[in-house]
Ligand binder design. Sequence first.
Ligand code: SF4
Length: 354
Amino acid sequence: MPRHQRTRFKSCTLVPGNRTRVDSPKGAVSITTITRVGWYPMRSSPDDHAVSDARAAMRSTRADLAVTRDTEAGLLRHDLPCGREVAVSDRSAIEWTDATWNPVTGCSKVSPGCAHCYAKAFAERFRGVPGHPYEQGFDLRLWPERLTAPLLWTKPRRVFVNSMSDLFHEGVPDDYVRQVFDVMAAAPQHQFQVLTKRHRRLEALAAQLPWPDNVWMGVSIENDRWVERADALRRVPAAVRFVSAEPLLGPLPSLCLDGLDWLIAGGESGHKRRPTSADWFRDLRDRCSAAGVSFFFKQWGGRYPKAGGRELDGEVWDEYPMPRAELEVPEASEPRFVRAVDGLLPEVDPSLVA
Ligand code: SF4
């Protein structure tokens, strides 16, 4: 039997301090995590011990473990794809970011792009699990204890804010949104990527918020009905404005690229994914190129996020924006884009988030 047909996936979330028994076709694995809940540093962190424990358990039982670290949630998520190699990742699986920070979790659906929200599916798996960060499922929850986490990360990185929520959700108090922005302003070593579908609230609150150069503000647009989100975004004084056209559910002929710096595009993934068209992506890519807007093609989508690969017409499109303030200094002939390719491991894919 081909190796992949024998693969069985099981996953569990390990609560720090608990001993967790996980059964797999190759035997039971018992793992003790000693990581405390909450923020912990990426380097020299106590969760390294947990990874060591997991590896030791793997060796003793001959089970294979893929260990992933969800650092901002203070958790370890262990997937057990039996028969596959061990992989350890402390990076986000989202191609266009380095890390995630969730001072809010939970959300509610607002438009067709939310239909198969991965964050909701992921969170609801843990509804009712005592002590789990998603014990409340996908109900909105504020996490003030996580607010200061980025201040403690010394290594600069791109940080996706609220990969498991929408910061501008109507249930998040104005003052709390302000606190999140204050933290971003106080952590200039990072570039924060905030993405919302609540464009009206974004616009309404914008005047009350600080807009440091390290905040990239984006809106999700899944079809032409919602290009008004980009219009609202244009009225926000962010140093970088971007659109996430993912999951792209139709062409965007009405999308005006004026005032935008970056466009991410991608197809839907999951067993209920909706069809997409290469022409929709080509159209966006070509218009971005003509308008000087950085273009990032995230994925074709498929049964799982990486299934269809990331090439569009034989190329990987990994362009990133440069803050407008930096662009004003050099001559117009200076390179506009930064290309980068991240070798990331498959993990949670909140591509449908916000
Ligand atoms: S896709 Fe975004 S806006 Fe929609 S429910 Fe999920 S987190 Fe909320």
